[in-house]
Design a protein around this ligand. Structure first.
Ligand code: GLU
Length: 308
């Protein structure tokens, strides 16, 4: 990795990132996040990094990480520095866990999934919201069970660059959340916060499906003494049934043979006005136009929009 990337959290330079999970090939929805994060970084004269979020082997598909990188290349993306792989970041996550323990915010939870659901119902909380049953139990951190972070009294506000002011009562709306799973795997919330800081990311551009994860990430940044980047959450593409494009909704993989139409459609989806002639040219010409004309203020202010 070039030495300029080794100074984390430099506020001098805009640094954005794209952080795919290798659970399948890239689809139109992932292209939106890749393209918007990259163009915003280029437009600001900054850097754009790629991080492979391969921390959940049971959900991963063999060869997907490689395919994602080849697809990005085929679509004309150029990233700065080496790709960071979360599967190699165990030591950093362990150090963050130690730090969380030091703050007193960490505790071990022995509740089964069923007990969690029952406790949520008994506390009049929506399913999936953990009411903090094990908070005071004093289970050994090194023993069995998941590790959670306390959220009592945590209400988070932040201004999203596109979606506007956000506020979440984390305890009521999410509950004490898992940072290391009972199966020993790291939770996305912890890994993303540690790595955004380690890579010196100043600005995050990603889909609005992650908007309600952001307060948890802000809470962890606060506990860990890490800087909080700027956030811009894009409208996500939904299909005719109103479902977010994803592997679960059978979103088709981006075609490798002809990247121009998806790139052009992604620009249009993001409120840019790519001229039709770009469809007749080559990828380099489309990228030149996109970098020169990219305007984040033109992105539609919406959580979701129909796919083209
Ligand atoms: N890896 C996450 C995903 O593919 C995105 C993480 C992020 O952008 O913060 O949904």
């Amino acid at each position: 990795m070039p030495s300029k990337l080794e100074t984390p959290n430099s506020q001098l330079l805009y640094r954005g990132r794209f952080a795919p999970s290798p659970t399948g090939p890239l689809h139109f929805g992932s292209l939106l996040a890749a393209l918007a994060s990259c163009l915003e970084a280029r437009r600001r004269g900054g850097q754009w990094l790629v991080r492979m979020e391969d921390i959940d082997p049971p959900r991963e598909v063999a060869g997907a990480a490689d395919l994602i990188l080849r697809t990005l290349e085929r679509y004309g993306f150029e990233w700065d520095g080496a790709v960071m792989f979360q599967s190699r970041r165990d030591e950093a996550y362990r150090a963050a866990l130690d730090e969380l323990r030091r703050t007193g915010a960490l505790y071990a939870c022995r509740c089964s999934r069923r007990e969690t659901l029952e406790a949520a119902a008994a506390a009049n909380l929506a399913p999936g919201i953990y009411p903090g049953t094990c908070r005071g139990a004093g289970h050994a951190l090194a023993g069995a069970g998941a590790l959670r972070v306390r959220t009592d009294g945590v209400t988070t506000t932040f201004a999203d660059r596109l979606q506007g002011p956000q506020r979440q009562d984390v305890e009521r709306e999410v509950g004490d959340f898992v940072v290391r799973r009972a199966d020993g795997l790291w939770a996305y919330q912890l890994a993303v916060v540690v790595d955004d800081a380690a890579q010196g990311i100043t600005d995050i551009v990603r889909g609005s499906d992650l908007l309600d994860s952001t307060p948890r990430q802000l809470h962890l940044q606060h506990l860990l003494g890490l800087p909080t980047p700027g956030y811009l959450h894009l409208p996500v593409a939904v299909n005719a049934a109103g479902e977010k494009l994803s592997k679960q909704t059978y979103a088709p993989a981006l075609p490798m043979d002809d990247p121009l139409p998806p790139l052009w459609q992604a620009l249009a989806f993001l409120g840019q006005r790519p001229p039709a002639e770009l469809l007749e040219g080559d990828i380099a010409a489309l990228w030149r136009w996109a970098v020169a004309h990219w305007d984040a203020r033109a992105i539609p202010v919406a959580r979701a929009l129909r796919e083209p």
